[in-house]
Ligand binder design. Structure first.
Ligand code: GAP
Length: 514
């Protein structure tokens, strides 16, 4: 575990050092849970977004995109339930004056018990060596059985309190378990209160009577309120989908783990409108299709799992998360939700406008049901970055850090390097850049030794390095070096375009989804 934490710290440091992610407002000591994407980060992020957008809108003829405004009429958030129910349970420590999420304090406490259990198991594994039977040990060891029983009891009580929205019992668990504030070390806790996660601001001048508006906490509502516009102007027939990528804002109380939980983040959401009664078939379709989209990137099939929700939101009749193995464990990256006709019906009720679909095949009108796929761009970025990061020991005692990014997502596709800064090699290298740059993001690099230049490109995940040497001037060939294998091949300049394109194009990635 400690080792994993070290790796995570290294990834965060690497992201900063190589221009992927910077803390926001850093020269003013930062702004908690807000981050900026640097010169390489923005390219990687844009490539992730393109992969999603094109997979949705090019590969599905019945999905179109929109880009709705962040500000929306405040009644939308009343209708969607966010004003009344988009809350986290909060608790304050009177001594440290720090605020915590009550559920997170309890979850962390449960995680500590899990750690204790795992430590006992590891100790026994060392003691018994090869003959160790973990399942048997967990069942029969007195200390472990006691810890497991205690963990289960807390977990059951916690789930019940969360299900019932019982804030008093959440507090009582904290008191009974003697959970202390990590800063003050005391148990001087306030009551638990609900805290709404939406950011508020005012629109219009106060003299005219300003209106309270919210920064959207999800992009989905922008799709729901445009359902009629898109269906009518696009003459869309059910089943059809509307996709959108955009910023969302949540005043997260416990914001941690780098870009995993942010206050300003980006979502890629698609609402798929279906006939009532068909929703389970489409839920299954999207659940499978979305996992295929993830797996096509080649980050490792074993790093994904589904987490089906047992407890469903009152408007949902099925929900699952796609979880990815981050350096801090399996975590939700995407949600697939069957939201019934809840949102469209609510908007019909609150706006007074009829939101229905006339189905020519059934010769009747209904409120469509919705399957939603919702993925966080930043969490996707973190999965890609963390699985790509690799420290390698090389022959001869050398080492390198390489980002084994999927080539189609890499911020820079190729770097062109003259072996020396004379004899016409820089000019020849520039010629190659001037040709390739129309199709690929191409770097020119002539500083430092060739080895150092390779390392710099490895560290940002550039799939190809092209070296121009004296032989190039004679026969128009260059060396083409592959990032992962570090193998070099002598190739004709005329073939470069094709060789690079075959590996880095988004098109070849999309074709895997056929
Ligand atoms: N419209 C449904 C919806 O917003 P959600 O599970 O609350 O569902 C969907 O969010 C996705 O948005 C999550 O799976 C996650 O990837 C991303 N997300 C949510 N909150 C986030 C945060 N504070 N920081 C970064 N990403 C977040």
């Amino acid at each position: 575990m400690a080792q994993q934490e070290d790796v995570f710290k290294k990834i965060v440091a690497h992201a900063k050092e190589y221009g992927f992610v910077f803390p926001s407002s850093e020269i003013y000591d930062g702004l908690s849970a807000v981050y900026d994407y640097g010169q390489n980060g923005v390219e990687l992020k844009n490539n992730i977004k393109r992969y999603w957008w094109e997979a949705m809108t090019l590969l599905h003829e019945n999905i179109v995109g929109i880009d709705s405004a962040i500000f929306m009429h405040p009644t939308i958030w009343k209708a969607s339930g966010h004003v009344d129910a988009f809350n986290d349970p909060l608790i304050d420590n009177r001594d440290s004056k720090k605020r915590y999420r009550a559920d997170v304090l309890i979850e962390d406490h449960i995680a500590k018990i899990d750690d204790k259990i795992n430590k006992e198991v590891e100790k026994a594994r060392k003691r018994f060596g090869e003959s160790f039977d973990e399942a048997m040990f967990r069942q029969t060891n007195g200390r472990v059985a006691e810890l497991v029983a205690r963990r289960e009891a807390i977990h059951d009580r916690f789930s019940q309190a969360m299900n019932d929205n019982n804030l008093d019992d959440l507090r009582q668990i904290i008191i009974d378990e003697e959970i202390v504030d990590p800063i003050s070390g005391t148990k001087n806790w306030t009551e638990v209160r609900q805290f709404n996660l939406m950011f508020k601001t005012e629109m219009g001048s106060t003299a005219d009577g300003a209106m309270t508006v919210y920064l959207r906490p999800e992009t989905a509502q922008g799709i729901f309120v445009n359902y009629l516009n898109v269906q009518k102007t696009g003459r869309m027939r059910i089943p059809f989908g509307i996709a959108q990528i955009g910023k969302a804002f949540r005043n997260e109380i416990v914001a941690r783990q780098f870009i995993f939980r942010m206050r300003e983040f980006e979502q890629m959401e698609m609402q798929f409108f279906v006939r009532p009664g068909d929703e389970m078939k489409w839920f299954q379709y999207w659940k499978e299709w979305r996992l295929r989209w993830h797996k096509a990137l080649g980050l490792g099939d074993e790093k994904y799992r589904y987490h089906d929700h047992e407890k469903l939101a009152h408007y949902a009749n099925a929900a699952t998360d796609i979880e990815f193995l981050m350096p801090f464990g399996f975590k939700e990256v995407e949600g697939i939700h069957s939201r019934t006709d809840f949102d469209l019906s609510q908007h019909e009720k609150f706006s007074g406008k009829k939101i229905q679909y006339f189905d020519p095949e059934l010769n009747s009108s209904y409120t469509p049901y919705v399957i939603e796929t919702s993925i966080g761009v930043d969490r996707m970025f973190l999965s890609v970055l963390s699985s790509a990061y690799e420290e390698q020991k090389l022959e001869g005692g050398d080492s390198r850090v390489v980002l084994r990014l999927p080539a189609a997502l890499a911020p820079v596709k190729c770097a062109v390097m003259p072996l020396v800064r004379k004899d016409g090699l820089p000019e020849k290298a520039r010629e190659i850049v001037d040709d390739l740059k129309f199709d690929f993001s191409t770097h020119y690099d002539e500083k430092d030794s060739i080895g150092k230049r390779y390392r710099r490109q490895d560290a940002i995940g550039t799939p190809f390095c092209i070296t121009v040497d004296h032989q190039t001037l004679e026969d128009n060939t260059v060396t083409l070096r592959h990032r992962d294998s570090m193998e070099q091949a002598r190739v004709n300049i005329a073939d470069l375009h094709r060789l690079i394109h075959d590996e880095v194009s988004l098109n070849s990635l999309l074709r895997k989804l056929k």
